[in-house]
Design a protein around this ligand. Structure first.
Ligand code: RFL
Ligand code: PHB
Length: 424
């Protein structure tokens, strides 16, 4: 745990209610773990876990969130920037939609660039639906604010989380917090702990099937307090590799360049980054690119990954814990949100009507959408990046696909429909 805001958070986050009284202990007895009780234990306090907790709270369902990191750490991770309407609607349903509605930037299209030229995919013409540019950090901040307002229970800095009796009606989660062993008894466990979390691994290997594609490059991202080079996002296929111009606000820009996996963010000076970005953009943009010192710089590897099934016994996986997409289609956070929607529906039906059907079909419903999103993200990645083993023929195919997309309205519509978000 770090100091300042986090120490305050830690004091506030100590469990307040539903803690079972501990029997008096003799001096030599082993210390029994302190017990905490809830309906749904949520592992991971990233956007999936926080959103699920808020939606369930609104339905009168109690949750406790266990988060490995400090709040400061969670809020310092610069990640997604493009939200589908489905996620914005869920934020509104959760009661955290005010800021995204007023401060989010509506985008009616996006630019695809190649060969020093560009064309636009017009979302309003093809699907009449915009996307909203609003940082994941802000989504998380909004969710933490409402968690605090309702005195929701979250433990930060938890360690050694293990899931137990998931195939029974009374699962529990063991963990340690501030040096104390604890036990969280619950009726359901939501595994919202990201790709490197423990939840997915609690599904027995004999049941779990994992599908994976690791891409031979990463994205180097830079955040700068400069106005965006263009009012819409620019996805650029350049012979030097992919580049993306994105933003967080009219004064905060987020840029990415495809990089090798053996590079480090520290090995890239700001000047080297700006030079490389300029060289990958059509002249029309590179000539008006405004540069400045980086506020953040980091490298993300690219991966496609799906775990099937997304549920086992009383455990339900959500978001990056179950699936990963390369960021090219801006789909990671958005597909986490559709999982949260299906799980929220299933748990509400269970608790309000005793309906077991929706929860039993969670994995099937979530995966049906996940695989389509995986396909789109893989396709956008294949279309726009340089691959080390790409032949001359492969390059011609990429160019032909871009040319077809530029000319063909149906192809543009297909891209637009996927980019703004498939229904759920
Ligand atoms: P997260 O955000 O990884 O949160 C999981 C949380 O679980 C905690 N945790 C544990 N807690 C307790 N016990 C354990 N054993 C734990 N292990 C882990 C972690 O500390 C963490 O707080 O998963 P979640 O909530 O499912 O959210 C997923 C999104 O963060 C992710 O999909 C997006 O950021 C992906 N993504 C994008 N998605 C979009 O929809 N639109 C975009 O524009 C977009 N851009 C991006 C992206 C991801 C990127 N990177 C860095 C991979 C751009 C980039 C560069
Ligand atoms: C971002 O702004 O971080 C961002 C935008 C679009 C993407 C990926 C990342 O496809």
């Amino acid at each position: 745990m770090t100091g300042g805001a986090d120490e305050r958070a830690s004091a506030r986050e100590a469990p307040k209610t539903k803690t079972r009284a501990q029997p008096e202990r003799q001096p030599c007895e082993p210390v029994a773990p302190m017990k905490v009780l809830t309906q749904v234990a949520i592992i991971g306090g990233g956007p999936s876990g926080l959103l699920l907790s808020q939606l369930l709270h609104n339905a009168g369902i109690d949750t406790v969130i266990l988060e490995r990191q400090s709040r400061v750490h969670v809020l310092s991770r610069i990640r997604a920037g493009v939200l589908e309407q489905g996620l914005v609607a869920l934020m509104e349903e959760a009661g955290v939609g005010d800021r995204v509605r007023t401060e989010g930037l509506l985008h009616d299209g996006t630019i695809l660039a190649y060969d020093n030229d560009q064309f636009r995919i017009d979302f309003s013409a093809h699907v009449d639906q915009p996307v909203v540019v609003y940082g994941q950090t802000e989504v998380t901040r909004d969710l933490y604010a409402s968690l605090d307002a309702r005195a929701g229970r979250i433990f930060h800095g938890v360690e050694d989380v293990t899931l137990h009796d998931l195939d029974s009606d009374a699962p529990f989660v063991a963990f340690s917090h501030e040096g104390q062993e604890k036990r969280l008894d619950c009726e359901f466990v939501a595994g919202c702990d990201g790709f490197h979390g423990v939840s997915r691994k609690a599904i027995p290997p004999s049941v779990r099937r994992e599908y994976e594609k690791v891409y031979p490059f990463g994205w180097l991202g830079l955040l700068s307090e400069t106005p965006p080079v263009h009012e819409e996002l620019i996805y650029a296929n350049s012979e030097r590799g992919f580049a993306l111009c994105s933003m967080r606000s009219p004064t905060l820009s987020r840029y990415y360049v495809q990089c090798n996996l053996d590079e480090t963010a520290e090995s890239w000076s700001d000047d080297a980054f700006w030079d490389e970005l300029r060289r990958r953009l059509p002249d029309a943009y590179s000539e008006c690119l405004q540069t400045g010192p980086s506020v953040e710089k980091s490298i993300a590897p690219l991966r496609s990954f799906v775990c099937e099934p997304m549920q086992w016994g009383r455990l339900f996986l959500c978001g990056d814990a179950a699936h990963i997409v390369p960021p090219t289609g801006a789909k990671g956070l958005n597909s986490a949100a559709s999982d949260v929607h299906y799980l929220n529906q299933g748990l509400r039906a269970w608790y309000s009507e005793g309906d077991r059907e929706a929860i039993a079909r969670y994995s099937e419903r979530a995966l049906a959408r996940v695989w389509k999103v995986e396909r789109f993200s893989w396709w956008m990645t294949s279309l726009l990046h340089r691959f080390p083993d790409q032949s001359e023929f492969d390059l011609k195919m990429q160019r032909a696909e871009l040319a077809f997309l530029r000319e063909d309205s149906a192809a543009q519509e297909a891209l637009a429909r996927n980019y703004v978000g498939l229904p759920y």
